[in-house]
Design a protein around this ligand. Structure first.
Ligand code: HEC
Length: 128
């Protein structure tokens, strides 16, 4: 059954149907654009991103680098809010400390990256 579903989804994707996010490609985007500052399982220059979906912005208690802007933003991270933030961090949370460093202009890359962040692994973590 699973095979049949994958086959059908694959066919839809290859015939220009709904575009499916690519988890592996998302890990690559995370490697290229995020691991300089973030990890999944530990805080670095930026807060840890494990469990980000469903979390309130600015909520990691042992991370002391949040801006007031982030802590007071009231955002709950979801696919949609992450997509907006990664499209243009400074317009979604003005004066936030990440500024345009986490900005991803390419829509497909953002989709893949968010897919990775929904169910991330810590294979790329640089925790020291
Ligand atoms: C130059 C360092 C840097 C880079 C690169 C960077 N970030 Fe950040 N990120 C931060 C900092 C610092 C904060 C805290 C911002 C604040 O409090 O204003 C942050 C905050 C965040 C938050 C909010 C977390 C929370 O707990 O509310 C998310 C989500 C996020 N970053 C995702 C990403 C993603 C995804 C990438 C890669 C595309 C990325 N960031 C790249 C430094 C960075």
């Amino acid at each position: 059954m699973r095979t049949a579903i994958s086959l059908i989804l694959g066919l839809i994707a290859s015939y220009g149907g709904p575009v499916l996010a690519d988890h592996e490609a998302g890990r690559d985007v995370f490697r290229e654009s995020c691991i300089g500052c973030h990890a999944i399982g530990c805080n670095r220059i930026g807060p840890k991103l494990g469990g980000i979906i469903g979390r309130t912005a600015g909520a990691i208690a042992d991370f002391d680098g949040y801006s007031d802007a982030m802590r007071k933003s009231g955002i709950i991270w979801s696919k949609e809010t992450l997509n907006a933030y990664l499209t243009d961090p400074a317009s979604v949370v003005p004066e936030n400390a990440m500024a345009s460093f986490g900005r991803i202009d390419d829509e497909a890359k953002r989709r893949d990256l968010i897919d990775f962040l929904i169910e991330p692994d810590n294979s790329l973590d640089l925790c020291f």
